[in-house]
Design a protein around this ligand. Structure first.
Ligand SMILES: Nc1ncnc2c1ncn2[C@@H]1O[C@H](COP(=O)(O)OP(=O)(O)O)[C@@H](O)[C@H]1O
Ligand SMILES: [Mg+2]
Length: 388
């Protein structure tokens, strides 16, 4: 979307961006004292090119007042050369900045670049994508995926989408006592027409605010019914509207799971303390590293139903898997059974239990360290302005 107070500026930007392939360009001319370029829209654009003039201060304030999830990536074009405009634009989240007169070609290239980044590289976006897979059936991947997603949402106030990619025997809706009406199949069928706002209609909301997507009740989806291209697009779209996308996948390497594994910032492998679990975990990790080329640092092993006095100790698991940073989730038959039977997450049923504390520790790992590095052109310019 192109927005400005000036009709002439909107028209000229529209001409500049006309060569973009397969792109629908909407325009918004701010009239009658309207200051929010995204105000009154029922769908957010994927990308905003906003042209500012003397009214820049209030317009940027209106944008900054929106929660980050309600602000698409943005490029600012300014008629004013005041350095303060650039500073404020950056604070409002602008990804690139141009002062008039500018080279039309450069604006076009910047939009193209951002567009490509959005489509192809969700890891560059806000959401961290975490895939949870068990190394052996029943290890606890679904329990962990649902409780980590719930805790991130409830305790860390993150916008979280949880996706159940077990298309035949998904269990997340039971674990959270939710009824999935529009399922993932419908979302995939319509993905080309969806934006972040429309997508929300396909996600079921848990009382905590957590958003869940899976196969609708009473349905089974066969793998060849899912296009990987569409799945990729759907996950990328989710990544744009959330801080975290957590994906629970069945234990198999196929086109569907490898599509999301390749997009993941992090893969959590859930295992337990037994010889067979360890053997399967080592094999799975080899496949992920060697065949899917997932870097070792993106793999996180979680030992579920952990027992200190087990025959296989934590150190033995570490040595067998050559992993130094295991997260252990204790065995807790009572709380887990109560939680699953009633569809109530662990945090709500047993906030102080060791198992819940361990889930919170895992949340810290899933969140990773904050990425403060800013390699954008604007970031570098801003650093210069600050005299860094
Ligand atoms: N930490 C735990 N303590 C006790 N029981 C657990 C624990 N984690 C999982 N379980 C049990 O294991 C079963 C399988 O868990 P689930 O998360 O569905 O496994 P997966 O998704 O790996 O197949 C659950 O029904 C639950 O009864
Ligand atoms: Mg499962």
């Amino acid at each position: 979307m192109i927005a400005s107070r000036s009709t002439a500026a909107v028209d000229s930007l529209q001409t500049i961006l006309a060569p973009l392939p397969k792109t629908k360009i909407k325009t918004q001319v701010l009239v009658n004292g309207h200051i929010d370029p995204l105000g009154g829209l029922d769908r957010l654009p994927d990308l905003l090119v906003f042209r500012l003039d003397s009214n820049w201060e209030v317009e940027l304030e209106a944008l900054s007042a929106r929660p980050p999830s309600q602000r698409p990536p943005m490029i600012i074009v300014s008629a004013e050369s005041d350095p303060q405009v650039m500073r404020s634009s950056m604070q409002a989240g602008a990804r690139d900045f141009f002062v008039e007169p500018f080279e039309p070609e450069e604006v076009l290239r910047s939009v193209e670049h951002l567009n490509r980044e959005l489509l192809e590289n969700p890891s560059q976006q806000d959401a961290r994508i975490t895939v949870v897979m068990n190394a052996k059936g029943g290890s606890g991947a679904s329990l962990i995926a649902s409780n980590v997603a719930h805790a991130l949402c409830q305790e860390y106030e993150q916008r979280v989408a949880l996706v159940d990619l077990d298309l035949q025997f998904g269990s997340l809706s039971y674990y959270l006592d939710l009824h999935l009406k529009h399922g993932i199949k419908e979302a995939l069928d319509n993905v080309d027409d969806l934006d972040a706002i429309a997508l929300d209609g396909y996600l079921v909301k848990h009382a905590s605010g957590l958003r869940v997507m899976g196969v609708e009740e009473g349905r089974i989806i066969l793998n060849d019914e899912v296009s990987c291209e569409r799945l990729r697009h759907l996950v990328a779209l989710m990544a744009r509207a959330h801080h975290h996308v957590i994906i629970d996948v069945p234990r198999q390497i196929d086109l569907i799971t490898s599509t999301v594994l390749e997009m993941a910032d992090q893969v959590i492998i859930v295992t337990q303390q037994s010889i067979t679990h360890l053997r399967d975990t080592a094999r799975l990790m080899d496949v992920l590293r060697d065949d899917l080329e997932i870097p070792d640092e993106n793999l996180q092993v979680v030992v579920n139903r952990y027992q200190k006095n087990s025959l296989i100790t934590r150190t033995e698991v570490e040595n067998a898997l050559k992993q130094r940073s295991l997260v252990c989730i204790p065995n807790d038959f009572k709380n887990v059974t109560d939680s699953l039977n009633d569809g109530i997450p662990l945090l709500d049923i047993a906030k102080r239990a060791p198992i819940t504390k361990a889930v919170m520790d895992l949340c810290e790992v899933v969140q990773g360290t904050q990425q403060i590095e800013d390699g954008s052109v604007l970031g570098r310019l801003f650093a210069k302005l600050k005299g860094a």
